[in-house]
Design a protein around this ligand. Sequence first.
Ligand SMILES: Nc1ncnc2c1ncn2[C@@H]1O[C@H](COP(=O)(O)OP(=O)(O)OP(=O)(O)O)[C@@H](O)[C@H]1O
Length: 270
Amino acid sequence: MLHATLPLDTEPFAFTPEPVEAAPARRPLQRQGVGVHLQGLTKSFGERRVLDGIGLELKAGEFVAIVGRSGCGKSTLLRTIAGLDAVDGGRITVGNGVARDAQRDGPPLRMMFQEARLLPWKTVLENVALGLPNGLHAAAGALAAVGLADRADAWPAQLSGGQRQRVALARALVHEPSLLLLDEPLGALDALTRIEMQQLIESLWRQRGFTAVLVTHDVQEAVALADRVLLIEDGRITLDLAVDLPRPRTRGNPAFAALEEKLLDRLLAR
Ligand SMILES: Nc1ncnc2c1ncn2[C@@H]1O[C@H](COP(=O)(O)OP(=O)(O)OP(=O)(O)O)[C@@H](O)[C@H]1O
C-alpha cells in the first residue's frame, strides 16, 4: 500500500545552492537520476480497472514519455508512482527503496501538472522557495535556470501561462529531484511556447541527469524528448518504442516523422 499524501512541492530536501550569478553552462551533477521499477501494478476506480498489471523498468537518468487515449490511465500511473494515489496491488520501487519509504527518506521526486498551482499571494521567488528554510538563494538560482531571474518579485497573476509553468519547473528543480514526473505540463501552452519549454526541459534534463517521466497527448512532443515512448491501452503497456535519434532532434526529419506516424497509427487504430 502506498502513502497517499506526499507533499510534492513543500517537503524540504537537502540540496546545494546554485550560484545565482555566472552559473556555469554545464554544472556538475549534484544528484543522479534514479531507476524506477514497477511490478504488477493494479488500480481500479469502482468497477473500472484502470491499471491492469503494469510492469516497467526505468533506467536511472532515462527520459520516458507515456501516451495513450484520453482516460487510459496515464495520470493515474504517474500519480501512483508519486504516491498520490494508492495502488490496489503490485509494487513500486524508486531507487533502492519501495516508493513509500523512498518518498520519505530517499531520493526526492517532484511532480509538475498542467496548471502551475502557484500561491497567488506569494511572489514568484517565494513560490519557488516554498518549504525550503533559507531557500531564497537556491530559489533565485532555480529561477535563473528557467530564464526568469528578472521576474523574481512579480506576482503569479502578472505572468503569462508559459512563465507560470517555468516557475512551476523552477519550484520542482530547486529540490534537486532525482525523479521528475511531468503530467502534461505543456498541454495548455501555445505551440511556440510549448516548443521553447520542451527545449528548456530537455536541456535541464541533460545538465542535471534526473530521471523524467512525461505524460503527453502530443506524439511529436514524446518523440522530441523521450528515449522511450510507452503506449498504454486497456490498463497495460502495449508498446515500448525506443527513440534512437540524436539530440536535439529535428522535427520533420524522416526518421522522426516515421516514429511519430507509427505512434499516431497505433493511437488511431483503436
Ligand atoms: N479519483 C478518481 N475517481 C474515480 N475515477 C477516476 C479517478 N481518477 C481517474 N479516474 C478514472 O480513471 C480513468 C483513467 O483516468 P486518468 O486521469 O488516469 O486518464 P488519462 O489517461 O490521464 O486521461 P487524460 O488523457 O484525459 O488526462 C478514467 O476513466 C477516469 O475517469
